[in-house]
Every structure is written in structure tokens, then in C-alpha cells.
Design a protein around this ligand. Structure first.
Ligand SMILES: [Zn+2]
Length: 200
């Protein structure tokens, strides 16, 4: 389960920050994400994910006994999005089954992306379990992803298990994931397993 904060934009500047504490009404997000106003003509926009960024998040989350949450930035080129850089977020709360990002930290990460012309293209978080069954998104995960989609972000979410399973998901945005690099096996559509040489 994750909980996010919302950042609203007007003409490309961060002007207002709101929080949502828990389940309930979705917040009103009248402003579109500034970088994502362009319509993508493809029915299933491709998101190219660096294998390295999956391994990097896995390494970070394995060092923590509690759930972890990070934004991922990238670029958009010719209708394709990349997920290439982990954006550190401070967490206000993190338990074995729950993580909530810090308000100012989230705002700063988005502002930093904007400064370099990068976009929020992914949201990674970890679940405490093991195996492929551990990476199904919770209702809270789905709610948070929907908020981002409703705000115009063309980002996808991924859930990591403690043993290298990764599932990508969106709510209403069609997408196709392509993982490029070594050590990541596609098990089925949107489901991957991190494997090093010698892993069974
Ligand atoms: Zn979750």
C-alpha cells in the first residue's frame, strides 16, 4: 500500500500542494501535468525501462525492512517514454505494509525533473511478500495510479516483491513495457523476474 501526495501545476510551476490521508474521495486535480499535454496517437504507448533501474530499486528496497517508494524519471521521445532514473523520496511513514512519501520531498523531485526537462514516467514501490503473488497492486496502489493518470501523467507503476518479482500496471492508460538490459526475464505480459547468472 502506498500513499502519495498531490502536486498541482499551473503553467509549469508548482503552485499548490495538497495531501490526501487515506482512502476516500479522490482529490480534485483540475490541472494537467505540464509536460504531458500533447496527445499520444498510439493506442499503446511504449515505456522503455532500463534493466539497471529495476536492479537499482531492488537493491535499495532490499536494504530496508519496510515498504519503499521511489519516483522514476525519464524522457519522452516520439511517443515513447523511458524509465531511467530513480528519484529519491523521503518517506514520512514506512512500515512492512505501508509507505507514504514526504510532501516537500515529492514536490522537490518533480521540480528537479522539470528543471532538466525530465518527466515523471514511473512509480516503483515494494511489497513485503515473496513470489509472483506478492506483486499484485492493492486497491490503494490502483487508486494512487489512477490519480496520476487523471492528472495527466503518462507514468506507469511497478510493484516489487522481496525476491525479484516485478509487475507493471496502470488503471485506464494502455501501455506496453519493454525492458532493455541484462538480468531481467519477462515471465508474462507486464510481469518480470530479476535474475542474475546462476539464478534458478
Ligand atoms: Zn502496494
Amino acid at each position: 500500500m502506498i500513499e502519495r501526495v498531490e502536486i498541482l501545476f499551473i503553467q509549469g510551476s508548482v503552485v499548490k500542494v495538497t495531501t490526501e490521508k487515506e482512502a476516500g474521495e479522490l482529490p480534485a486535480l483540475p490541472q494537467k501535468a505540464p509536460e504531458e499535454k500533447e496527445e499520444v496517437s498510439e493506442e499503446k504507448p511504449t515505456h522503455i525501462v532500463s534493466a539497471r533501474v529495476l536492479w537499482d530499486f531492488n537493491k535499495v528496497q532490499m536494504q530496508r525492512p519496510t515498504e519503499h517508494l521511489m519516483d522514476v524519471s525519464g524522457i519522452k521521445y516520439d511517443g515513447t517514454h523511458t524509465l531511467e532514473r530513480l528519484e529519491p523520496l523521503e518517506l514520512d511513514e514506512s512500515s512492512p505494509t505501508y509507505a507514504r512519501s514526504n510532501l516537500l520531498s515529492t514536490r522537490d523531485a518533480l521540480a528537479d525533473m522539470h528543471q532538466y526537462g525530465s518527466l515523471l514516467t514511473g512509480v516503483f514501490h515494494s511489497h513485503p511478500g515473496r513470489g509472483r503473488s506478492a506483486v499484485h497492486p492493492s486497491q490503494t496502489d490502483i487508486r494512487n495510479q489512477k490519480k496520476l493518470e487523471d492528472a495527466g501523467y503518462k507514468c506507469i507503476s511497478a510493484v516489487f516483491s522481496r525476491d525479484g518479482w516485478v509487475r507493471f500496471f496502470t488503471v485506464n492508460s494502455p501501455f506496453r513495457v519493454v525492458v532493455k538490459g541484462k538480468g531481467v526475464e519477462c515471465v508474462e505480459e507486464n510481469l518480470y523476474k530479476l535474475k542474475k547468472a546462476g539464478d534458478v
